[in-house]
Design a binder for this molecule. Structure first.
Ligand SMILES: *Cc1c(COP(=O)(O)O)cnc(C)c1O
Length: 393
């Protein structure tokens, strides 16, 4: 179906942070399949884990115990705020599970009228009917019939607006600690702390969409750790299994216990194969020093990008984000820079608010950063004469 705007590129194989197209041309992949191929391409440990599990058993369904899922859930519990984990297949599905768990928690507590969720302008929570409503972007909603009820929107990073939107029908809040699709906009850490305090004050739940910013992307396993807060429930996906499709909901017991047998489910979620992939990703992410390296690499890239933006003020006007989720605010249409970068051999992802998003595999080092900076510099130089000409007209 014609629902995607694909670049005319097809990749034959990958290795680390590089992809090779069918003509053999090499690209440095600073998009990672939209912040998803967290270990890069053809990572030996991940590829071997998937191959090994595929040779034993791929799928059994949730009618049975799944040792790979039990191990994975225990590792998430040990490494996070969570008491309990639900596995599913995508980010949107994780958010659906998160919202269902929040609503059911309120209903079980004797307040079924508390079903509404407050989300934020500039958010992205997925493409299912309910997550379109949570996202609230008129462009995505258009033509798909009545908006699913139960979502209210307030400006990002604005505590007064948030407090004013809380009603006796509010179940909780859903926020991305770093808005990804919306333009790589981080929530202020103090804002996240204020949200925690506000949820406690009003007796509502704090839900975080860490689908894009979780799983090590910001240099901590989960982005909310930077604020030092304890959420009630979070959704994760994208990087969780290194590119194998998977999502998860991590929750405190008071939320998790609402999803009793029969209340929610999935055929594919948490299969032996998906969990083998995610366990292999965790082996790498939780190895001593790995997340510290992500932080250091992120800082190095950030410094280079700030210098780049200063050298090319007609192209880039600023840098924002966290860790290895970085946005370059563009002075010309971001798609034009994205296309020129492809011509130079660099893959990036456009984001909202005219931002060029860099979300490289977490395994990169300074050499890949230097190369990306050089390629972006060349793309910017190629675009500068055009801008200057345009301005002279
Ligand atoms: C990508 C994304 C989603 C949706 O995930 P899918 O796997 O595409 O359904 C939800 N929330 C955030 C923050 C995302 O970045």
């Amino acid at each position: 179906m014609p629902n995607y705007n694909r670049a005319d590129l097809a990749f034959e194989h990958g290795e680390g942070a590089y992809l090779f197209d069918t003509a053999g041309r090499r690209y440095l992949d600073f998009g990672a399949g939209i912040a998803t191929s967290s270990l890069g391409h053809a990572h030996p440990h991940l590829s071997a884990a998937i191959a090994e599990q595929a040779g034993r058993v791929i799928h059994v369904s949730n009618l049975y115990r799944i040792p790979q899922a039990e191990r994975l859930a225990q590792r998430f519990v040990d490494a996070s705020f969570a008491d309990s984990v639900l596995f599913c297949n995508s980010g949107a599905e994780a958010n659906e599970g998160l919202v269902k768990a929040m609503r059911k928690t309120m209903s079980d507590a004797g307040a079924p009228e508390r079903y509404r969720i407050i989300s934020f302008e500039g958010a992205f929570h997925g493409r299912t009917l309910a997550m379109l409503a949570a996202t609230g972007n008129p462009k995505y909603l258009a033509g798909f019939g009545p908006e699913v009820d139960g979502f209210d929107h307030v400006p990002f990073n604005n505590l007064n607006a948030l407090k004013a939107a809380i009603t006796p029908q509010t179940a909780g809040i859903l926020i991305e600690p770093v808005q990804g699709e919306g333009g790589v906009r981080p929530a202020q850490l103090q804002f996240l702390r204020d949200l925690r305090a506000t949820c406690d004050e009003f007796g509502i739940l704090l839900g975080l969409d860490e689908v894009q910013c979780g799983m090590g992307r910001t240099g901590k396993l989960f982005a909310h750790e930077w604020a030092g807060i304890t959420p009630d429930v979070i959704s994760i996906a994208k990087g969780i299994a290194g590119g194998f499709p998977m999502g998860a909901v991590l929750a405190k017991e008071k939320v998790a216990k609402a999803l009793v047998p029969g209340s929610h489910g999935t055929t594919f979620g948490g299969s032996p194969l998906a969990c083998a992939a995610a366990n292999a990703v965790l082996d790498v992410l939780l190895a001593p020093g790995f997340l510290g390296d992500v932080q250091a690499t992120g800082e190095y890239l950030w410094q280079g990008l700030e210098a780049l933006a200063l050298r090319h003020p007609q192209i880039f006007t600023g840098v924002r984000g966290a860790g290895l989720l970085v946005g370059l605010k563009c002075a010309i249409p971001n798609g034009q820079i994205q296309d020129t970068a492809i011509a130079e051999g660099l893959l990036t992802v456009a984001a909202g608010d005219n931002v060029l998003r860099l979300a490289p595999p977490l395994i990169i080092g300074r050499a890949e950063c230097d190369e990306a900076l050089a390629l972006l510099g060349r793309a910017a130089s190629r675009l500068t004469p055009a801008v200057t000409l345009e301005a002279a007209k």
